[in-house]
Ligand binder design. Structure first.
Ligand code: MG
Ligand code: MG
Length: 245
């Protein structure tokens, strides 16, 4: 495993790229209203990224055909934008990557279109909180397993499932770098994190069982239960972390 340490210059670029990505996703989240198709969201995201002087990281990545991943309801991640029009109650995960001056950043969030319900609200809240808890573990010298373990503990205490088959990742010149960042596992596992490493942490949480069915880009929960996904790109620092997205 080769985990890259970013230079101050690279970190500055990722900070800028992360700002672009954050503002793009914020705009797209506002556009995600009843009656809008996920393809329209994708086109809008592409316009915004290009206008900011950046490029979409996902388009063409291993053949992925779009700028955004739009994953609805029982879809976990990697949903391909389509003519499917958003309906009230849809649980929508928006995942996007930005390539700016040679470096990637990656972020995802989940929202409910139109009217939500208590279960969907709780699923999103638990997933978001598990990402916050993971971030609070990040620091130079900490084992990656502590981060993974913090996510799993919170999610399972809430009675939800944490997906095993898909994980977070290091990020930088490549969209997916070492190390893999699982959302489960023992606190003593994994490599030691060092200041200057950049990783994308992305818990994928299910209302039911954590098993998923993977069929090409299509990834759904095996029991058809709802799934939420939040992700940020982090810089590990001496005393903690910095959220780059
Ligand atoms: Mg992502
Ligand atoms: Mg990612």
């Amino acid at each position: 495993m080769k985990i890259t340490i970013k230079s101050p210059r690279e970190i500055e670029i990722m900070r800028e790229g992360g700002k672009i990505l954050n503002s793009v996703l914020e705009s797209i989240a506002k556009e995600a209203q009843v009656g809008v198709s996920t393809m329209e969201l994708d086109q809008k995201a592409e316009q915004l990224i290009l206008a900011a002087g950046a490029f979409p990281s996902f388009k063409g990545y291993e053949g992925f055909p779009a700028v955004l991943c739009t994953s609805l309801n029982e879809e976990v991640v990697h949903g391909i934008p389509s003519k499917r029009v958003l309906q009230s109650g849809d649980l929508l995960s928006l995942d996007c990557g930005v390539f700016y001056q040679g470096l990637h950043t990656d972020k995802a969030l989940t929202l409910v279109v139109g009217e939500s319900n208590p279960l969907k609200d709780r699923l999103m809240q638990v997933t978001r909180k598990s990402l916050e808890l993971a971030a609070s573990e990040l620091k130079d010298g900490v084992k990656l397993g502590q981060v993974s373990h913090a996510i799993q503990r919170h999610v399972e205490q809430a009675g939800f499932g944490v997906v095993r088959d898909l994980v977070g990742h290091g990020i930088g010149k490549e969209l997916h770098e070492d190390p893999p960042v699982p959302n489960f596992g023992g606190a003593g596992n994994g490599p030691i994190l060092k200041a200057g490493m950049t990783i994308a942490i992305e818990p994928m949480v299910t209302v039911g069982n954590y098993n998923v069915i993977i069929d090409g880009w299509k990834i759904v929960t095996a029991d058809n239960s709802l799934s939420a996904h939040f992700e940020n790109t982090f810089l590990i620092t001496k005393d903690g972390c910095e959220v780059l997205t």
